[in-house]
Design a protein around this ligand. Structure first.
Ligand code: FES
Length: 140
């Protein structure tokens, strides 16, 4: 296989998330000029008494809203940007590891949004969560 054909093939594999080796995944990275945590600027509320937010009443539950994923991490509310800094897939919350995990290429982030496993190299933006009665306010 010539170099051009190899690069075309590996690029397609990156897009499909089918690459099996660490070296190849590293080659799938989006280039970024910033190492600052990435995520939207938000200020919104979630009402814990509404059924759409009911998952947050249980440890390990999570709700995505406004580009942010909010999770109940063993009774403490945490929130980070939902879009993985590697290639934009939506991260989910793992209660067992108290972390956010990307289903596309396996990156993981601690409950403050810091990268713990690549291929992502940039942290997820962390948001402040305050609770007043049944209302969570997420801002940052
Ligand atoms: S998009 Fe690649 S690890 Fe998240």
């Amino acid at each position: 296989m010539d170099r051009r054909k190899f690069l075309r093939t590996s690029g397609a594999l990156c897009g499909l998330g089918l690459v099996g080796s660490t070296v190849m995944v590293e080659g799938c990275k989006k280039s970024s000029n910033s190492s600052s945590p990435q995520g939207p600027t938000v200020n919104f509320t979630l009402n814990l008494s509404q059924s759409t937010n009911a998952a947050l009443n249980t440890a390990g539950g999570a709700v995505a809203s406004n580009g942010v994923i909010v999770a109940n991490d063993a009774g403490t509310y945490v929130a980070v940007a939902q879009a993985c800094t590697h290639n934009g897939c939506s991260v989910g919350f793992s209660a067992s590891s108290h972390s956010f995990v990307c289903p596309c290429h396996g990156a993981s982030f601690d409950n403050s949004g810091n990268v713990t496993t690549g291929p992502a190299t940039v942290a997820l933006k962390k948001y402040t969560v305050t609770k007043s009665g049944n209302i969570l306010t997420i801002a940052g």
